[in-house]
Design a protein around this ligand. Structure first.
Ligand SMILES: NC(=O)c1ccc[n+]([C@@H]2O[C@H](COP(=O)([O-])OP(=O)(O)OC[C@H]3O[C@@H](n4cnc5c(N)ncnc54)[C@H](OP(=O)(O)O)[C@@H]3O)[C@@H](O)[C@H]2O)c1
Length: 342
């Protein structure tokens, strides 16, 4: 891989795409050249990178000549159509959608957990689901220490997880409710302002949603743990940014709060914020915009043996999307673990 690669961001104008551009800049990724791609609607729009204006161009089948790494965040349909075209043109795709995550030929990577899987790619590498990524940042170090068997979890997912239009919808609906006007809706299945929605993505025959099954499916692949089980309820909450997850985990070996704290204190990409006596625990307002996820509310699970409860929060636009994708690119160019990357 070229040490100063030509990078393309596909979906550059979206909630994740914008974060990809700022993350590349903030982490001083050695970008040789930056190409910004979106729909024809955005062609000509200018976005700032390292102080310069970069014009957005419309994505076409010919967009990938000369590009080394393409960071895709324009939805599953676009990934399915264009990622194979990009890979065939010789570029490595890092894809944020769910299109290829469970494909055996495609590594699914959280660099703090399985950076070594990157080398097995055949042109496409997948970024995990955002709630899964945030949860595994705390769960995997505990798994290494105590051997996780299964988790029961509920998520509290920010509206930005559904894209830029969902952020606008919450803002607009809050104004409509406060001013006593009728609430208008186009992204979420119900009013999200002053409400919580126990549905993210569509329902499967087993009664779970697609989003809920990702924790088990993707968790098994990322942790190389084929018997891992996860029963999850995913909930959209009227928070702009950062997902929270309440987890009860059952382990093979006995776990104490003290032993878990020791493990989590040294876990990469994770802060331990756990001082209940001072009312200190992770909250989305504090974690939004930060690279590290944070874990707190550690306690022995009172309803199962070898069980631990915890509360983990992470900026899903960063660790759940843009940051993780840029970290994978850092692995590709050999910056991961050198002090210049993670
Ligand atoms: N939001 C999150 O927290 C999150 C986390 C993990 C993964 N993801 C995944 O990342 C992807 C993008 O999510 P997002 O939240 O950033 O969505 P978004 O804010 O709605 O942005 C979508 C982006 O895709 C572009 N796009 C749409 N149609 C296109 C087309 N026909 N050709 C080229 N570009 C097109 C849009 O360009 P225009 O502006 O020109 O329409 C925009 O840049 C999705 O697959 C999502 O599942 C999102």
């Amino acid at each position: 891989m070229n040490s100063t690669p030509h990078i393309a961001v596909v979906g550059a104008t979206g909630a994740v795409g914008i974060e990809m551009i700022t993350t590349l800049e903030r982490r001083r990724f050695p970008v040789g050249k930056l190409t910004l791609l979106a729909s024809a609607r955005s062609a000509g729009k200018k976005l700032k990178f390292n102080g310069s204006d970069v014009a957005v161009t419309a994505l076409t089948k010919d967009s990938f000549a000369g590009i080394d790494i393409a960071l895709f965040s324009a939805g599953g349909g676009i990934s399915k159509e264009f990622a194979p075209i990009a890979a065939a043109a010789g570029c490595v795709v890092i894809d944020n959608s769910s299109a290829f995550r469970m494909d055996e030929q495609v590594p699914l990577v959280i660099p703090e957990i399985n950076a070594g899987d990157v080398k097995n790619h055949h042109g496409i590498i997948a970024n995990p689901n955002c709630t899964t990524a945030v949860t595994l940042m705390a769960l995997y170090p505990l798994h290494e220490a105590f051997g996780v068997k299964r988790v029961f979890a509920s998520s509290y997912q920010a509206v930005s997880g559904a894209g830029a239009k969902a952020i606008e919808e919450l803002e607009r609906q809050v104004g409509e409710v406060v001013q006593g006007r009728p609430v208008t809706r186009d992204v979420h299945p119900h009013q999200i302002a002053f409400n919580v929605l126990p549905q993210i993505d569509s329902f499967l025959p087993n009664g779970y949603t697609k989003e809920e099954m990702k924790m088990e499916d993707e968790g098994r692949k990322i942790m190389h743990h084929p018997s891992f089980r996860a029963s999850v309820t995913c909930v959209r909450v009227p928070v702009y940014r950062a997902h929270s997850v309440a987890v009860s985990a059952e382990f093979e070996r006995p776990v104490t709060v003290e032993a878990a704290r020791k493990v989590l204190k040294h876990a990469p990409g994770l802060d331990l914020v756990d001082h209940p006596e001072r009312k200190e625990y992770p909250m989305p307002l504090d974690i939004a915009g930060k690279d590290n996820c944070a874990v707190g509310r550690l306690r022995q699970d009172c309803a199962m043996d070898n069980g631990l409860c915890f509360w983990v929060v992470g900026d899903q636009l960063l660790k759940g999307a843009a940051l993780n994708a840029v970290q994978i690119a850092e692995v590709l160019v050999g910056r991961w673990g050198t002090g210049n990357g993670g």
